[in-house]
Write a protein that binds this ligand. Structure first.
Ligand code: GLN
Ligand code: ZN
Length: 617
């Protein structure tokens, strides 16, 4: 909230590990002092008490250490997913000293240290020795092969293990037989001591929709529904595993048979497999992944057609989505802000992934499968259940209609294969790479059709490419190979004179610059204002060769950036780029969360900035 008379830019925003859940990056300095909030301001304690008053004694989950004992908690969970990453010797030492310091306060509480989204075998010894901890939670969905290492490290201690057997990050029904095999293996390794084993979902259920009970009136068809489990159903799966372990399989024989049937029906369903899609992926050749000419030659051909000025202005895609959209659209047609390359505004799209998913084969949709993305904002990821194919053109009518209304170039606007993959619930019965290539071929067909319809520039958004990066460095290369290949497959079906744009935001680039360069897009727009130009240094040090549009203003607040502010930022940007003439002028991201009044004013200022820059060079 903005206090009257105070003009503050918002905090930087980043994604939580490899999820699409965003958080504000808090800042502290060596001089910052920390103190425990009291009363309602202490959220974990206040919420624990709220549940307790309703008769539910919860196990509060906190990030790093906190105090709940006094409020009556007996069990506390401390999340330390950072343990799945590569840690420096310094960070490992900090774990030891922090927990040594905390141990006296934790005594008397049953404390679970939770890790997820990866394995902790590489830190098993460190974790097993931490004082004050009773149970170690591990994610066996992401990393089943950590089980032996963790158990052998933990076994000589008094600690227990919590087995994350039910996938909290996806929506498929669990294979209970497989979960039981892992659980029995763990119990055996602990000499049959059931008391040292807890059964749990792999991670927080925040990443999964609430309940299949919300999927009524044929929103998901009955067959597909039998293959799925949302949060409520996942808890029943946890309970089923626990009962099978404690009461024996016979006690839950019916449930186990039903689970087995559902798993088998999904595996063999003809709806999932499309031979022509599989054959197309099989037949791919190296030439399908590259453009014919190198960027400088392509640029010359594109300029011959587009004739853009220096510092071309454009926007990232969406325009405000208000109920007045129709009226605004009519007004927009008449309005000339002076932008050089236009977008149609994405008014027809509910969401940049769901919109395309609805037009592709192999996708299913939930009615209420919402998951939190940031703050009060939620997304409803579609479900990829089968081979993906594009039955017919998806955006060609809309973009050609928009192009007819203006002599300025109209950008085609598509979502890239990796973002489609990351922001959908994906199949777990084939490698992600295969699904990505199927998506890439569908998008490639659309790109080719847009070109044939006379569209000269096409933007293929990939805001999620960094988000999909594996958490351990050893796994980076493989992912970056296939994800960049998938993008290039989607983008390389066109002639050199067709300009390919892409857009990425709320990412960090240092570790993936080689991959970004290998994507070889003609123009890349990135968020940079919100993160205070921090992202740009990577483009500078790697001498980024193609054109780049670093965002000139943050689109997350209704604040209208002044010309002066954006000129200063633009100059700082130009100083960061290998060549000033590479620069495009655009906002950080799409504008659909904004209102028309501020968008109009902001874009008018943005165009003024570009004009001033042109005069100054
Ligand atoms: N083209 C999309 C839009 O402008 C991009 C959104 C995004 O990067 N998240 O809305
Ligand atoms: Zn964006």
């Amino acid at each position: 909230m903005q206090t009257k008379g105070v003009d503050v830019p918002s905090l930087e925003m980043k994604k939580w590990f490899d999820t699409n859940y965003h958080y504000m990056v808090t800042r502290f300095a060596a001089t910052t002092t920390f103190k425990l909030a009291t009363g309602a301001a202490n959220k974990p304690v206040a919420e624990f008490k709220e549940a307790l008053a309703l008769g539910i004694k919860t196990r509060p989950v906190i990030l790093g250490p906190g105090l709940l004992k006094a409020a009556g908690a007996t069990h506390v969970q401390i999340d330390e997913p950072v343990l799945v990453l590569d840690l420096t010797a310094q960070a490992r030492a900090a774990f030891e000293s922090a927990y040594a310091f905390l141990a006296p306060t934790l005594s008397g509480l049953d404390v679970t240290l939770a890790t997820y989204f990866g394995g902790i075998a590489h830190h098993a010894d460190l974790v097993a020795q931490l004082p004050g901890i009773n149970t170690i939670h591990i994610d066996l969905v992401r990393s089943a092969n950590q089980l032996d290492a963790v158990i052998s490290a933990v076994k000589p201690t008094h600690k227990s293990v919590s087995l994350g057997l039910i996938n909290g990050r996806n929506i498929w029904r669990a294979d209970i037989h497989h979960a039981l095999t892992l659980a029995r293996h763990a119990i055996d390794a602990l000499d049959g001591n059931h008391a040292r084993v807890t059964v749990a979902p792999s991670c927080s259920l925040l990443h999964s929709p609430v309940s299949l009970a919300g999927e009524t009136n044929g929103s998901l068809d009955d067959e597909i529904k039998t293959w799925l489990a949302f949060a409520v159903e996942k808890l029943a799966e946890v309970r089923l595993v626990q009962r099978a372990l404690t009461e024996g399989s016979n006690a839950v024989a019916d449930e186990l048979v039903e689970n087995h049937k559902a798993i088998a029906s999904r595996r063999s369903s003809a709806r999932i497999h499309n031979p022509s899609v599989k054959a197309r992926v099989e037949a791919l050749q190296p030439k399908d992944f590259t453009r014919p000419a190198e960027f400088p030659a392509r640029w010359a051909l594109q300029q011959a057609k587009l004739n853009l000025p220096a510092f071309p202005t454009t926007t990232v895609g969406s325009f405000p989505q208000t109920k007045e959209v129709r009226a605004a659209r009519a007004a927009w047609k008449k309005e000339d802000l002076g932008l050089d390359m236009l977008v149609h505004g994405e008014f027809e799209r509910n969401d940049m992934v769901e919109f395309f998913g609805e037009l592709l084969d192999g996708y299913a949709f939930t009615k209420n499968g919402w998951v939190q993305s940031y703050g009060s904002r939620c997304v409803k990821p579609p479900v990829i259940f089968g081979d993906v194919a594009r039955p017919k053109p998806m955006t060609v009518d809309m973009i050609t209609l928009a192009q007819k209304m203006t002599p300025k170039p109209m950008k085609g606007m598509l979502t890239g294969p990796i973002t489609m993959l990351q922001w959908s619930f994906v199949r777990d019965d084939q490698p992600r790479r295969t699904t990505a290539f199927q998506l890439a071929l569908a998008i490639r067909d659309e790109v080719v059709d847009l070109e044939a319809a006379g569209i000269k520039a096409i933007q293929i958004d990939e805001p999620a490419i960094r988000e999909g990066l594996p958490l351990r460095r050893v796994d980076y290369e493989e992912y970056l190979q296939w994800s960049v290949d998938a993008f290039k497959l989607s983008a390389s079906g066109v002639r050199d004179e067709t300009q390919i744009h892409s857009h990425m935001c709320y990412s960090s680039f240092e570790e993936i610059m080689d991959a970004i360069i290998r994507m070889d897009v003609d123009v890349l727009s990135i968020e940079s204002a919100k993160s205070d130009l921090k992202l740009l240094s990577a483009f500078d040090t790697h001498a980024y060769p193609n054109h780049l549009g670093p965002g000139l203003y943050d689109i997350h607040s209704p604040r209208v950036p002044s010309v002066e502010e954006m000129v200063l930022r633009a100059k700082a940007i130009l100083a960061c780029l290998p060549h000033a003439r590479q620069a495009w002028i655009n906002p950080d991201c799409g504008l659909k969360t904004r209102g028309w009044t501020e968008v109009r004013e902001s874009l008018r200022n943005l165009v003024t900035v570009a004009c001033q820059l042109r005069e100054s060079v």
